[in-house]
Design a protein around this ligand. Structure first.
Ligand SMILES: [Zn+2]
Length: 302
């Protein structure tokens, strides 16, 4: 259930940007174990973020829009026609973090490189090569009143509160809270996305994806994530991360903010407002974003 807040287009505060020149990021997909190269290239203004499956000649481009999202557990996947690309949330968060609005991503496999389960490699690559301002203004939307989303599929009460911010900021907060005993301690993270990209680069981008040893064992039994080790991502046992050290005390909650930034970038707009989430994930982020977009008329946006 979502009591959708009213939203209005306001004056833009910046122009659109693209990446200055091509940069490639290589690795392997966590789920598929396949080697992959993601090649990020400059793109014209108003073209948005688009994936192209070079290994599927003639296939449709896949615009990074919430309308193209398909349901897959524990990740954000996009599809258009026969073309699909999985686990794109960390690359998308890094693009948004670097304020790259227009970018063509040529890919040769159906899944993003997992790397260390964070967005560091992506954002480091983007900020190193630099970004370029374009002519068109980036559309900016302001949240005018509080709206509350409750996750009806979760009996333990997942929730996202969308609220106005009178200091012209974009705020993300995540409350990680397990009701049953869990190796991962309850924790909270808060991030002001209005700060410079370099703050996102140091405070949020390095935070890695996480799971419990029981979840890791289950995935391995299914033959999934065979190339991923406890040194690659955070695997929690009884005494904390196995074979690994935390980068922040609340690294898991910060990672959930990273996921939120990636998921909420599936609409080509800047937001002025606050997103406070508790016990939610990719699916709930998408439901909130889709509901808010559907409540806006095209007249509001053009
Ligand atoms: Zn993630």
């Amino acid at each position: 259930m979502f009591q959708i807040p009213s939203i209005s287009r306001i004056e833009s505060t910046r122009r659109q940007r693209t990446i200055k020149s091509q940069v490639d990021v290589e690795g392997f997909g966590f789920w598929s174990s396949k080697d992959v190269v993601f090649s990020f290239r400059p793109a014209p203004e108003n073209s948005g973020i688009r994936f192209f499956r070079a290994d599927l000649p003639g296939s449709d481009p896949i615009p990074a829009l919430v309308y193209n999202r398909i349901k897959k557990p524990r990740q954000t996947s996009l599809a258009s026609g026969i073309a699909q690309v999985d686990m794109v949330e960390h690359a998308l968060a890094a693009l948004r973090g670097a304020r790259i609005d227009n970018c063509d991503i040529i890919v040769n496999s159906p899944e993003a490189p997992g790397l260390d389960g964070s967005a560091s490699v992506f954002i480091d690559a983007f900020l190193k090569v630099g970004t370029e301002e374009q002519n068109s203004e980036q559309i900016r939307l302001k949240i005018l009143e509080t709206g509350v989303f409750t996750d009806d599929s979760n009996p333990n009460g997942g929730k996202i509160i969308v609220a106005p911010n009178d200091r012209k900021q974009t705020i993300f907060e995540y409350n990680l809270h397990y009701d049953r005993p869990n190796h991962i301690p309850n924790q909270t993270a808060f991030f002001d996305f209005s700060q410079a990209p370099e703050i996102f680069q140091t405070e949020i981008a390095p935070c890695r994806t996480f799971l419990t040893i029981e979840e890791a064992d289950y995935l391995r039994q299914q033959g999934i994530c065979a190339r991923v080790s406890a040194q690659d991502v955070l695997v929690y046992g009884e005494d904390g991360p196995i074979d690994n050290d935390l980068r922040f005390d609340n690294e898991c909650a910060r990672h959930k903010i990273l996921d939120m930034i990636g998921d909420f970038s599936l609409a080509p707009f800047d937001w002025e407002g606050e997103f406070h989430a508790t016990k939610t994930g990719h699916q709930q982020n998408a439901e909130v974003l889709l509901s808010m977009l559907n409540s806006l008329s095209h007249k509001n946006l053009r």
